[in-house]
Design a protein around this ligand. Structure first.
Ligand SMILES: NC(=O)c1ccc[n+]([C@@H]2O[C@H](COP(=O)([O-])OP(=O)(O)OC[C@H]3O[C@@H](n4cnc5c(N)ncnc54)[C@H](O)[C@@H]3O)[C@@H](O)[C@H]2O)c1
Length: 247
């Protein structure tokens, strides 16, 4: 059974669709019931096994309740996809450090990084007990290289996820659990839709494949990292970026 955080929209919803249509039971955790409910009812109407649990992934008690709800509905979680993330902008632009509100810094730490601690802490014990697990977290090329289109809080959390991924791969590997991360480049989702057109065009100009990524292309990489075809891959960060930055 798969649990996807931030599974209601953007890349997360595509990951949910792919797993569900391949026959996996999928727990969708999102703070936004409107989008998530629409996705879950469409998939349920197709005969897929999906369950929605509302949660703010930055809040530990919410995460605990969401895990309980998903496990009660669908059974034990063996695949955890830590996808939820935010990248706050102001008038479409990242704040310089001296204008960043301390509350916004903490919110990004909670949603992008602490959420991964929350879900891993809650779900790893079951994986350890069953001696099998797959964990994939959504980092970003912004966690590996300086990008002036995101703010300091965002790149800090995405770099933190890479450290956490490597640590957890070492700690959980002996228990049969692989832990990897994806580093998408610019992907066409609601997160980037709010950016000025020139920002996307500038990225496309320096991306060898000369376009934005599609959510399904990130989902494909995610499914690979939890499939039998990647059973000896752990502690890795895979760019899905059309060759942008090649970090
Ligand atoms: N889109 C890109 O270009 C891009 C590039 C690199 C990395 N990423 C990463 O990929 C992941 C998905 O990004 P996206 O573009 O699909 O974003 P998005 O904004 O389109 O979707 C994010 C989803 O997460 C949910 N979410 C946000 N905050 C939440 C919270 N506190 N609790 C629960 N759910 C919450 C939203 O409701 C939404 O369904 C993020 O971690 C993002 O940082 C995106």
């Amino acid at each position: 059974m798969v649990l996807v955080t931030g599974g209601g929209g953007g890349i997360g919803s595509e990951i949910v669709r792919q797993y569900a249509r391949q026959g996996a039971a999928v727990g969708v955790v999102d703070r936004s019931p409107e989008v998530a409910n629409a996705l879950v009812s469409t998939l349920a109407a197709e005969g897929c096994k999906v369950h929605f649990a509302a949660a703010d992934v930055g809040n530990y008690a919410d995460c605990e309740a969401a895990c309980r709800s998903v496990v009660a509905a669908l059974g034990p979680v063996d695949t955890l996809i830590n996808n939820a993330g935010i990248s706050p902008k102001h008038a479409g632009l990242p704040s310089p450090i001296w204008q960043m509100e301390p509350a916004e810094w903490l919110q990004v730490m909670d949603v992008n990084l602490n959420s991964v601690f929350n879900f891993t802490r809650l779900l790893a014990p079951g994986m350890v007990q069953r001696r099998f697990g797959r964990i994939v977290s959504m980092s970003s090329v912004a966690g590996k290289a300086y990008l002036d289109i995101v703010a300091a809080h965002y790149s800090t959390t995405k770099a933190g996820l890479i450290g956490l991924t490597r640590h957890l791969a070492g700690e959980l590997g002996p228990h049969g659990i692989t832990v990897n991360a994806l580093a998408p480049g610019r992907v066409d989702t609601p997160m980037v839709a709010g950016a000025p057109r020139e920002a996307n065009e500038a990225v496309i100009a320096v991306t060898p494949l000369r376009r934005l990524g599609k959510p399904v292309e990130v989902a494909d990489a995610c499914l690979f990292l939890t499939s039998d075809q990647s059973s000896f891959i752990t502690g890795q960060v895979i760019d899905v970026a059309g060759g942008w930055l090649m970090t």
